[in-house]
Design a protein around this ligand. Structure first.
Ligand code: TXA
Ligand code: MG
Length: 340
């Protein structure tokens, strides 16, 4: 398949492709998305084919206004309050779906994920296309999500009709996914909208945290969100999160850094203590979860193509944005941890 490379100046071409049932990779503030007309089942089939995505993993429907949310999902007061506070922005709400959303989009479920991105190019594309856009992250299934044009190009060239080239994604981790299907809101995927921010709107008792955010699902256990079942974000080499007291972790990473064939994912401040025999990828300052979140997926991709047999990583603490970082890193590591 021929893939056109577009710029934000060519939104009209991208919108025409979406309207005629094609696929377009576009930037959002979280990660690049792989979009198609959410009301066109055969267009959405192309998303699953391009990513190699399992058919039981539903897509997020991107809209540009609160009114559109109501066209595709049955929203309630909580959804309106959350919309007022956080949207447009990095939050996806799971709500009962309306019939116009084809079942391929929701993987046969009765609920649909709705998100209104803040990125101007994403918003312009949705408006110009004149339809809601179903879009997962624009990576091959299992790979780290693309936070730079170059990542999206690597994974999607020849698999989609067009890719819109833009800069790095500001947030760098995918949207917070919150289910409003039951009486209590359930956090299904942590992101830049943190539990404390959600509680400020929903009340301190109004939020449940899905235990599977930081734990491996048992084989055959039902997943509240199908995406939880799959290995995700994985670099080519096996990865291990190193847990323990700060000095013990640094001692372990420092010892590993003298072994050839090791990869080290660390804080910027650690680098001076490490030996150059290993492939060292600093994630950002230990004090800046914001920077670490922006960098995480690019950092994971940096190990690929390098002579690395195993990657040893710092473990973020699960407060604030750290919950999202830890969730992604545990999945990238297939939940492998080493206690020191
Ligand atoms: O930031 C984002 O959300 C990006 C950008 C492109 O908007 N999109 C994204 O999509 O991360 P994706 O497909 O990579 O992740 C969507 C997650 C999956 O884990 C999926 O299982 C879950 O949302 N999901 C979608 N619809 C759902 C539903 N009806 N019920 C439960 N989980 C759902
Ligand atoms: Mg994804």
């Amino acid at each position: 398949m021929q893939t056109q490379l577009l710029t934000p100046g060519n939104i009209d071409i991208a919108a025409r492709i979406i309207r005629s049932g094609g696929t377009v990779v576009f930037p959002t503030e979280t990660v690049y998305g792989l979009g198609a007309n959410a009301l066109n089942a055969s267009a959405c089939e192309k998303i699953f084919a391009a990513k190699g995505r399992p058919a039981d993993n539903p897509l997020i429907v991107h809209v540009s206004s609160r009114e559109e949310m109501g066209l595709y999902a049955r929203s309630d007061d909580r959804a309106f309050l959350l919309w007022e506070r956080f949207m447009p922005g990095p939050l996806s709400l799971i709500l009962p779906k309306r019939d116009c959303i084809p079942s391929i989009v929701t993987a046969g479920m009765d609920s649909v994920a709705i998100r209104c991105p803040a990125h101007p190019v994403a918003r312009a594309l949705i408006s110009a296309a004149g339809c809601p856009i179903a879009a997962p992250s624009a990576n091959l299934s299992g790979r780290p999500s693309p936070t730079e044009f170059e990542h999206a190009r690597q994974d999607m060239l020849g698999r989609v009709d067009a890719i819109i080239e833009d800069g790095s994604c500001e947030v760098g981790m995918e949207s917070t996914v919150l289910s409003l299907v039951g009486p209590r809101a359930v956090l299904l995927r942590p992101g830049a909208i943190t539990p404390d921010m959600l509680r400020a709107v929903l009340g301190s008792d109004g939020l449940e945290i899905a235990p599977s955010l930081l734990q491996k699902l048992e084989e055959d256990a039902p997943a509240p969100s199908p995406g939880m079942k799959y290995r995700h974000y994985a670099p080519d080499a096996p990865m291990y999160l190193v847990e323990g007291e700060d000095t013990a972790v640094l001692r372990f990473l420092s010892a590993k850094s003298r072994e050839a064939g090791c990869g080290i994912l660390c804080w910027d401040e650690d680098v001076a203590q490490l030996d150059g025999s290993a492939v060292i990828v600093p994630l950002g300052s230990r004090d800046s979860q914001l920077r670490q979140g922006q960098r995480l997926f690019a950092a994971l991709r940096e190990f690929d193509g390098q002579p690395v047999k195993a990657i040893y990583s710092r473990t973020p603490s699960p407060d604030g944005l750290g919950l999202a970082l830890l969730n992604r890193m545990l999945r990238a590591a297939g939940f492998n941890t080493i206690k020191v």
